[in-house]
Write a protein that binds this ligand. Structure first.
Ligand code: 3DD
Length: 423
């Protein structure tokens, strides 16, 4: 394949730029926090001189983040962090605006990594990740780039787990900010975003009735909890499976049934994996499933549903609809897999709504600012954003919604730390 020096971008169809611009404008109208940051920093350009390589789902919301980083002075190049999550119209619009973007829907593995490498051709000073593919690529394939890189950020739970493990083993070579760990990211994006967007993906791929169905959620973390909450709202009977006692207890108290996947496989109508772990649905589970069972994943990597196991049991398969493949087993039972087992919310729908990504990406923007400002003084390791930022981001969001808060009086502030009297 040709190198980036001979090309400034690679997208599926540049003629889709106008359609992409409409999508991005729609997202901008619902992302007041990022737009406020853009207005504030377009004047002072604090990211001038920074070269940001991003590897994150190319959606209309990501485009708003990219435009905001560029408005603050950064030079930005971008690749998608999942072969099935790029919106080609958005990619075309970004290319038309001069962003060095290398992303298109349906990439193969070679094209996926070729795209990441193109964003590294311009020797970034900052890396921005969702799932750590870019930072891993730098560490394992392009160590020569360490001399230019100040630091990076990581968007998602699984990516942060991996980077913490890498730091613990002494293998991480530059500071990384765990954007996922910001309250205005995980407690909104992971819960409300994943809940709505996963159901959106399931409904676009199947248009099945959710009311009355046994909806099995594997993993009752923030994402699984969000899926359970929304499925319940649609009338499903939710079954949760877990390995962590406290999470299982939360599921019980939230009104879910809790059982092992071996038991759930026999009764489930719909299965969604949200664990971050591999091999959650394997051969013995498919062997137990009812005819017509639908399985999908909303975890970052596509390792939670073991498709090889399912294919071993399959005598025939056919694509029923976009992102919905029917696998027929030897005894005639049919199992439906959505989005090839990749994250159903982004592959079969548009990912989380703009309103929640607004806060996730405000944290990403602030992470880039923090690294540009003080990254050289941050030690190698995984760092958190200042907690005060959460109140600032939530505050901008609320004022954009016309919502006002009460204020503590000086006496109340004093009372909070007064230990001179009990009740
Ligand atoms: N993610 C979900 N929806 C997204 C969207 N509309 N644009 C970009 C990325 C999007 C992924 C997030 O859930 C990310 O925060 C994660 O993976 O944790």
């Amino acid at each position: 394949m040709t190198t980036a020096t001979e090309m400034k971008f690679k997208v599926a169809d540049p003629s889709l730029a106008d359609e992409g611009r409409l999508l991005i404008d729609w997202a901008e109208s619902r992302m007041p926090v990022l737009m406020a940051l853009r207005e504030k920093f377009a004047k002072t350009q604090p990211l001038k001189g920074m070269r940001i390589a991003g590897c994150l789902h190319v959606t209309k919301e990501t485009a708003v983040l990219i435009r905001t980083l560029a408005a603050a002075g950064a030079e930005v190049t971008w690749s998608g962090c999942n072969p099935l999550s790029t919106n080609d119209a958005v990619a075309a619009a970004l290319a038309d605006e001069g962003i060095g973007i290398f992303a298109w829907y349906g990439q193969n593995v070679e094209e996926f990594y070729w795209s990441i490498d193109r964003t590294l051709d311009f020797k970034p000073t900052l890396t921005l990740d969702d799932g750590a593919d870019l930072i891993f690529r730098v560490h394992f394939e392009h160590p020569d780039l360490f001399e230019h890189i100040i630091g990076g950020s990581e968007e998602t739970t699984t990516g942060v787990h991996r980077l913490r493990a890498m730091a613990a083993d002494g293998k991480l070579r530059y500071p990384v900010i765990a954007v996922n760990d910001a309250e205005t990211k995980w407690d909104f994006d992971n819960v409300y975003g994943t809940g709505q967007s996963s159901l959106d993906g399931i409904l676009r791929a199947t248009s099945v009735l959710l009311a009355g169905k046994n909806f099995v959620v594997a993993g009752y973390g923030h994402c699984g909890k969000g899926c359970a909450l929304r499925a319940k709202g649609m009338g499903s009977k939710v079954i949760a499976t877990e390995v962590k006692a406290t999470a299982a207890l939360k599921a019980m108290l939230d009104g879910c049934d809790v059982m092992t996947m071996d038991e759930a496989a026999k009764v489930g109508d719909l299965f969604i994996t949200a664990t971050g772990m591999k091999d959650i649905l394997v051969k013995r589970h498919f062997e137990s499933m009812k005819d017509g069972a639908i399985v999908c994943n909303t975890g970052h990597y596509d390792c939670e549903i073991n498709l090889e196991d399912l294919k071993e049991l399959t005598v025939s398969s056919r694509e029923m609809r976009d992102n919905c493949v029917e696998y027929t087993l030897a005894d005639g039972r049919r199992i439906y897999v959505l989005a090839d087992g990749r994250l159903v919310n982004l592959a079969a729908a548009e990912g989380h709504p703009s309103e929640v990504m607004d806060m996730s990406f405000a944290n990403q923007f602030q992470a880039m600012m923090m690294l540009a400002r003080e990254g050289k003084d941050l030690g190698v390791g995984v760092h958190e954003l200042p907690v005060e930022l959460d109140q600032e981001i939530a505050g901008i969001k609320l004022s954009a919604m016309g919502v006002h808060l009460d204020q503590l009086t000086p006496e109340q502030v004093a009372y909070a730390t007064d230990y001179s009297q009990g009740t």
